[in-house]
Design a protein around this ligand. Sequence first.
Ligand code: HEM
Length: 410
Amino acid sequence: MKHSTKSSNRLVQWIDDRLPIFSYAEANVIAYPTPKNLNYWWNFGSIAGIILVIMLVTGIFLAMNYQPNADVAFASVERIVRDVNYGWLLRYLHMNGASMFFIIVYIHMFRGMYFGSYKAPREILWMVGVVIYLAMMATAFMGYVLPWGQMSFWGATVITNLFSAIPVIGDYIVVWIWGGFSVDMPTINRFFVWHYLLPMILVMLVVVHLWALHVHKSNNPLGIDIKTPQDLMPFHPFYTIKDLFGLGIFMIFFLFFVFFYPNFFGEPDNYIPANPMVTPPHILPEWYFLPFYAILRAVPDKLGGVIAMFAGVLILFVLPWLDTSKVRSAAFRPIFKQLFWIFVADCLFLGWLGARPAEGIYLVLSRLATGYYFFHFMVLLPLVGKLEKPKPLPSSIFEEVSKNCRTKED
Ligand code: HEM
């Protein structure tokens, strides 16, 4: 078998002849042909990858000092922050990193929705993304339980109890998840095990995600297919530099919170050790779950709420088929573009409502916002795709890029 690495280094050549990792990196990272017109919205995938690594590294070092034992878990986290060398940094990077991970991945997902990146032939790429999102949610939920503060304990109690809504077997499932008759010693232990294991599965899922990405290559802001080699340019140095620049800006944002407001995204109640005898006045999940929490509480029936909440995430799997338009990018879809922004506002509004008490006007608004969420997917997207008249598409990426360059020169 012939390999394409052109290295003059004999050791590199020797290794590559036996295990072609250098040719593989050359083909998939260095020379990797990428559309010429990617904008900064295409930075977020690589930032998500970096933050995943930051979470893994800080998590492994935290685990060296953390005790998954209900009697000492809280104290072990305090010890990490106060006594372990740079323990405060490890914890604040990990804690704020979780919020950053969700901010980045939410932008990454909305980018995909705006530019129609989920459409053929990238449906599996998108669906693997949704599996990644589910795995991230499970990981974050279990991680939040580990410091064993009041919110950890009560959040875990409320969320695991949701499974009791399942008819007949619900109560058994809850006991099975807990490993006992309440959230307790066995629960914290198994949550720690899963919290350590799931990120490894996440890494594998990201590999599959990138594999699928490289089959048809990236979509682009115009949403049109790659037609000629002129539409493409090598990933390195053009996008390595652009990604590094974006990463630099992101790190400033991230570290600003780590060093100046480390508890900004947190809940003060979680600095009170878990107490099964005292229920906090407001039990709130982390901010990134709030839109789904609002959906859960909007439905009067418990089982109905649980179904609606899961449906809110799972509907993303069928998004490629709900959107019937042949045109990908919102830039050429005037009606869809407006609906997209209304949908973003609806999600933010749901998030805000998720943190309000489930009563009075908030409950009415939650019901309206939940209704609109599903209306967007199940009615608007299929209809607009059929009825809307898209703007004419450019003939190629190359044409459009050259036109823009000419306009800038004039
Ligand atoms: C650990 C989390 C994730 C990582 C590390 C990751 C990584 C990446 C990377 C590096 C790219 C190429 C660069 C870019 O387009 O930004 C990409 C593309 C993409 N990702 Fe993700 N991703 C993650 C989560 C998700 C999720 C949750 C979804 C959707 C539910 C998703 C959907 C997509 C789609 C559709 C593309 C193709 C975009 C295009 O070419 O226009 N990803 N991802």
